[in-house]
Design a protein. Structure first.
Length: 370
């Protein structure tokens, strides 16, 4: 089948939606389907494992905006609507899959111009735009254009309130298990210290401030290093909060590229202290790498991790609990190893081959052939 995927968030920017779209597209193409990704033009270097140039159709100019406490993207350009309409007419897709369908600009334009079955995917933090939150009737009209709705977790549906589509299907996000299972440990971190990894956008909602405070408490008791993988609007503020006495043991690595699996391989424990609902992509990446997990006890993470199995769920506002957990894992390596082995098993259930087939099955359930 010919599949059109519309998303505001895509490479070269990093994020859960971009990784989700890329992972599905790669697996669907491997199964013989044609997948074209429609997104905005973003300046920056391309990743080596990105799609071929003719598999990504870029419309208008994408710019970063602050949205619900995080960084999102919006495509501008006076002719974006006409350009998208032309793409849809030329490509003759069998199905159009729109990610974050109630956010401007490309997702709403896609819903407006689509003439084929449309699937909408809801992701964590991808809330409706301000106009749609105010105008209930407009939001309902756009929701009515969906032939099927899917969410990566129940937490992603909370922003819709009582307007959640009745037949929405939960299909969790996927992970490239093979890629993250073959990462190589970085030699400079093989010095016996407990390597604690945090990865994501440095935004308030992702909890790095809490982790820095918790790590400081644990660092006074154990020989440990905190590795911060990512960048974002609060990076400078987080750097400033690192006490000078432990500055040498906090590594701000920036945003990773093709070497991302190597950073996960170098970790002894992965921490995800999100302050609110999350889809859990970084948890799955760490699980695929066989790492024990410490994660906030929030919606979304509970769908991925079982407390006491792959790791531990901790209060999102208690740095003391995080510090104690880090000390415990440092002193009980057998516990951490057991968490990591069970994490690998869980990651296999989220591998893209099975997740992509479930999405393709959803397409067929609404009459899409191929």
């Amino acid at each position: 089948m010919r599949i059109g995927v519309v998303t505001e968030d895509y490479f070269p920017g990093y994020g859960a939606v971009a990784e989700h779209v890329h992972g599905f597209a790669r697996e669907a193409r491997r199964l013989g389907h044609v997948v074209k990704i429609i997104t905005g033009e973003v300046p920056g270097p391309r990743r080596r494992d990105e799609d071929r140039a003719d598999d990504v159709i870029r419309i208008g100019s994408s710019r970063a905006v602050l949205r619900q406490g995080g960084i999102g993207r919006v495509t501008g350009g006076a002719r974006a609507g006409a350009a998208l309409r032309g793409v849809l007419a030329r490509e003759r897709f069998d199905v159009l899959h729109v990610h974050a369908p109630l956010t401007p600009v490309l997702p709403l334009l896609a819903l407006h111009h689509a003439t084929v079955p449309v699937v909408g995917s809801f992701h964590a933090h991808a809330r409706p735009g301000l106009l749609l939150r105010i105008a209930r009737g407009i939001q309902e009209r756009y929701l009515d254009r969906l032939d099927a709705a899917v969410a990566v977790s129940n937490a992603c549906l909370a922003p819709l309130g009582d307007r959640v589509p009745a037949d929405v299907r939960i299909i969790p996000g996927g992970v490239d298990v093979e890629r993250f299972s073959r990462g190589r440990r970085l030699r400079r971190f093989e010095d016996g210290k407990l390597n604690v990894l945090w990865a994501g956008r440095v935004e308030k909602r992702n909890g790095l401030d809490l982790l820095v405070g918790a790590f400081h408490r644990a660092w006074k008791q154990i020989d440990a290093r905190l590795i911060v993988l990512g960048d974002g609007p609060r990076l400078a503020r987080c750097r400033a909060k690192v006490p000078s006495e432990m500055a040498e043991d906090v590594v701000f690595a920036g945003r990773a590229g093709d070497d991302r699996p190597d950073w996960f391989a170098s970790a002894d424990v992965f921490c995800a202290p999100a302050q609110g609902p999350s889809g859990g992509l970084t948890l799955l990446e760490a699980m695929a790498a066989g790492k024990p997990i410490l994660a906030s006890d929030v919606d979304g993470y509970r769908d991925v991790l079982t407390h006491g199995r792959e790791g531990e769920l901790l209060s999102a506002d208690d740095p003391g609990a995080w510090a104690r957990a880090l000390v415990r894992l440092s002193r009980e390596p057998v516990r951490g190893a057991a968490y990591g082995e069970r994490a690998r098993v869980t990651a296999q259930r989220h591998a893209w081959p099975s997740i992509a087939r479930e999405v393709l099955g959803l397409y067929r359930s609404i009459g899409v052939r191929g």
